[in-house]
Design a protein around this ligand. Sequence first.
Ligand code: NAP
Length: 248
Amino acid sequence: MQRILILGGTAEARQLAQKLADRDDVAVTLSLAGRTATPAPQGVPVRVGGFGGSKGLAQYLASERVNVLIDATHPYAASMSDHAARAVELIDVRLMALRRAPWVAQQGDRWTEVADAQQAVQALGEAPRHVFLALGRQELAPFRQAPQHHYLIRSVDPVTPPLAVPQATYITARGPFEEADELVLLKQHEIDVIVCKNSGGDASYGKIAAARMLAREVIMIARPKLPDFPSVDTIDEVLHWLDHAVAS
Ligand code: NAP
């Protein structure tokens, strides 16, 4: 029996959990940070909240007799991935990351690549613009420094307190977001620039394709540096690894 902990918070983590849920040779728990008030059903038992760093995670793995850790967190959740890498140095647990490949700019894309949200604020420039901030609620604060812009802010849960800027429109919605709907959204709000992260995957690609169609700029915040441990791009590759490398 493999006792598996999936570090989640992504559609892929949920889909992987659902694929493993009915197997009787594995016992799966999925871990969420607790960022969203009403997370989507995950299909397996869920635990919520931080572990208290890498040592706390190692203690959890030991106490729950976990022997396989799958880091299926978002590619920008660098601290959690770092803690996973350090935890398995303390305890004998197999570790694999399920990580989406980044999007690659195509012909017609107008991407400005920046290192972080602070640089994204600078890249917006001085002149007022209509900005779609496709970022998490916790990442909005730097945009207070540029109150001249009109912001469209979309998040799963309401932004409380709201961003301290005079012009902001809020939408609460949960992806996936289709290209056709994103096209309507960009036109409706007269968006001329999107600020986002290179999340990869299909669920949030609609806005990138829509921006290309409308020749809108995308300010793309670069991926953080992640720890160097084995990683695969697809759920099928994780399942193959579980059945061959781990089981043997
Ligand atoms: P982070 O900066 O890497 O993590 C901050 C702390 O949150 C970690 O040190 C850990 O606390 C806790 N944590 C993170 N993921 C966890 C998980 N799956 N289970 C239990 N604790 C977790 O992460 P983040 O960027 O804030 O992301 C938080 C969650 O949202 C992740 O699960 C991620 O997959 C999801 N998410 C993130 C983004 C994004 O753009 N960052 C986008 C979509 C979804 P302790 O040190 O106390 O263990």
